[in-house]
Ligand binder design. Structure first.
Ligand code: FO1
Length: 322
């Protein structure tokens, strides 16, 4: 039995969008709110590009490119080809239809709408029935200090440099000016369950938790907080999570992820392929966390919801009308 109340999922890009999509298949539309990392956003040719918001939005809309996980299915590359003909490198593969999202978002932001409002408009237009919230309205940017190569903005390090330069440290530019939005605060206050998706901890989940006020709101919320592992047998399914752990001198293990989230965690879902479950006084579930198709996404979502539903205190019987 899945929980009947509001479920919140904190998510980054591809891994996070897979769990969000699984939850969307299992929960009633109004039940799911996804709070998305915006620290990998950047300005590209004057446009505000929000890769994680778009990745979650396109997946929930059923429009995502199934191979890459990001971008739109069957998109074309005319703009990129034209850009290259004009002498530009064109290292960021923004498809033609995806470009329309960036143009409209930038247009609405320039007209004074908040990113939260813009996101709601875009998601509604694409038929997304779940609530999609950016972690904050203010621009925040993950900056990567490389060993020997100076500081790079996140997309330059991740896409252009194919996350090869070793990382000394990460910095969240603009986080001091960010504020938890009323929408995020209300969602957390009303939640019956909060899930931390199997996204990269440093690049996706920790930036969300760093928004001033958000960690405190999470602690105050009555909802249990459950993280799903982004590492399986010392490796990440996608992206640089294990690489960053090695760069930071940490073991590439599920236990490291638990340590990063610290005291906000009540429970942890590790992958059943991991011989040793992470330690600590957490509730633990071993599951198949590889979500390589739609069924696997829904199956994992259902398994987690069924597991957490067993923790609920028995419902207080309703008083009979006299
Ligand atoms: N990832 C890549 O590896 N190469 C790209 O050229 C690229 C383009 C891109 C365009 C739109 C979009 O929404 C995402 C895109 N991504 C690309 C993915 C994105 O850089 C990462 O998935 C996230 O920022 C990390 O979570």
């Amino acid at each position: 039995m899945a929980l009947g109340g509001p479920v919140i999922c904190l998510a980054g890009g591809v891994g996070g969008s897979r769990l969000a999509h699984g939850l969307a298949q299992v929960l009633a539309p109004g039940q799911l709110t996804v709070i998305v990392n915006t620290a990998d956003d950047f300005r590209h040719y004057g446009l505000r590009v929000c890769p994680d918001l778009d990745t979650v939005m396109y997946n929930l809309a059923g429009l995502a490119d199934p191979q890459r996980g990001w971008g739109l299915r069957d998109d074309s590359g005319n703009m990129l080809r034209a850009l290259r003909r004009l002498g530009e490198e064109g290292w960021f593969q923004l498809g033609d239809q995806d470009l329309a999202t960036q143009v409209l978002r930038s247009h609405w932001l320039e007209r004074g709408l908040r990113l939260t409002e813009v996101t709601a408009r875009l998601a509604a237009a694409l038929g997304v029935e779940q609530t999609l919230l950016p972690m904050c309205d203010e621009p925040v940017a993950t900056m990567v200090q490389t060993r020997g190569g100076g500081e790079l903005d996140f997309q330059t390090w991740f896409v252009r440099e194919r996350w090869q330069p070793p990382v000394r440290s990460l910095r969240l530019a603009g986080i001091g000016r960010a504020r938890m939005t009323a929408e995020v605060g209300d969602a957390l206050a009303g939640a019956t369950l909060v899930l931390l998706a199997p996204s990269n901890p440093w690049l996706s989940i920790l930036p969300i938790l760093a928004v001033p006020g958000l960690r405190a709101a999470l602690r105050q919320a009555a909802a249990p907080v459950v993280a799903v592992t982004p590492v399986i047998r010392g490796a990440a399914l996608k992206g640089p999570a294990a690489r960053l752990m090695a760069d930071f001198g940490l073991a590439p293990a599920a236990a490291t992820v638990c340590g990063l989230y610290g005291d906000i965690l009540d429970a942890f879902v590790y992958d059943e392929r991991d011989a040793v479950p992470p330690p600590a006084g957490l509730r633990l579930l071993g599951a198949d966390t590889v979500m390589d198709n739609e069924d696997a996404r829904a199956r994992l979502a259902r398994e987690i919801l069924d597991w957490t539903a067993t923790w609920r205190p028995p419902a207080v019987p309703e008083r009979e009308e006299s």
